[in-house]
Write a protein that binds this ligand. Structure first.
Ligand SMILES: [Zn+2]
Length: 338
């Protein structure tokens, strides 16, 4: 593995639970008309829960940052079926505190779903990404239908970003609020978004804003958050309901709701996948556009992008300058540059 010009070699586990990886391939595939080198980098860092009930030496404003399990998932296959590659990025939905009907939990769910998605998208080029998702949901459901209530409203669920490429095309699939960025040779960046969450009915969006305007950790925010949660639940995977949005859960039919597309490979210079904890510069902090985020990814890598996000969050520990649901969310990014 050659040294990389963008920074020193990085260990498998970083301070503050950042896990990052870099892959450099040369050549990508003997099927390419010429030798191609490429850069692949990943990084992930768990967010935090905040409890008003505890204080300790590491407290911030009387509230301690609590580490919790990372519910994101990222994986890259190189090559996929002997050519090109594939990436998978998931963001598990934070489970309802009243229960999920599942004995396994969200990290188990995203690992099962993500592992199956990587296997199918990398090994079955004859299967569309939407069908890979449908089959992966079905297999994952089958692995715990005997022990868990998959009809439960809060059964483990996840956002999904998939991309698969070869010398001809780059295929993509996006479901819910994780993002895929596609950069062309002119460094122009297109964001592939499933924006259904942003198009929820106005009363729901107004309630979300009202929750985030209340003091973090306050009883008022807890109560308003519970009400907002009930409004959102009425829309999640609610087939036929106006303003509904969809996540991967236990129903494979949701795969047909995903945003999908194909781009000629020659029109793509790089791609990046971000969970919403890693897309905050644009969507929460309003610091630059997607091209700006992509420039940071190129210059500082996924780990550098997440570090910038954490720095901005830490400078606003009460979530007042930048109202948001969680002070620090799980943040995961994958960068692929040809
Ligand atoms: Zn289960």
């Amino acid at each position: 593995m050659p040294a990389h010009p963008h920074g020193p070699g990085r260990g498998a586990v970083r301070e503050r639970w950042i896990i990052s990886g870099q892959i450099y391939c040369e050549p990508v595939s003997l099927l390419f008309s010429q030798t191609v080198s490429m850069r692949v980098e990943t990084a992930t860092e768990p967010g935090s829960a905040v409890s008003a009930a505890v204080t300790s030496a590491d407290s911030v404003g009387g509230r301690r940052r609590l580490q919790r399990l990372n519910e994101d998932f990222a994986a890259v296959a190189l090559p996929a079926s002997g050519q090109g590659g594939a990436l998978v990025l998931l963001d598990g939905v934070t489970p309802n505190r009243d229960g999920t009907g599942c004995i396994h939990g969200v990290p188990w769910y995203v690992a099962r779903l993500g592992g199956t998605l990587l296997e199918l998208s990398a090994s079955r080029r004859d299967v569309t990404l939407a069908d890979c998702l449908a089959e992966s949901i079905a297999r994952t459901a089958g692995s715990h239908v005997g022990t868990c209530d998959l009809s439960h409203t809060h059964t483990p669920q996840s956002t999904v970003v998939l991309a698969r490429w070869d010398e001809e095309t780059v295929e993509h699939l996006v479901l819910s609020d994780s993002v895929l960025l596609i950069e062309n040779g002119g460094r122009e960046v297109r964001a592939v978004l499933d924006d259904r969450l942003d198009r929820m009915p106005e009363p729901v969006r107004a309630m979300r804003a009202a929750v985030r305007a209340k003091e973090l950790g306050s009883v008022e925010r807890e109560l308003a958050g519970a009400e907002y949660g009930r409004m959102v639940e009425a829309l999640r995977n609610a087939e036929g309901v106006e303003g509904a949005f969809f996540t991967a859960a236990a129903d494979s039919g949701v795969a047909q709701r995903a945003v999908t597309g194909v781009t000629p490979r020659e029109a793509v210079q790089a791609i990046a996948a971000l969970t919403d904890g890693a897309s905050r510069l644009v969507e929460v902090f309003h610091q630059g556009d997607w091209a700006h985020t992509f420039t940071l990814l190129r210059e500082e890598g996924p780990q550098g992008l997440i570090a910038r996000i954490r720095a901005t969050e830490s400078a606003d520990p009460r979530c007042t300058t930048y109202p948001r649901g969680k002070c620090h969310d799980d943040a995961t990014a994958i960068l692929v540059v040809w």
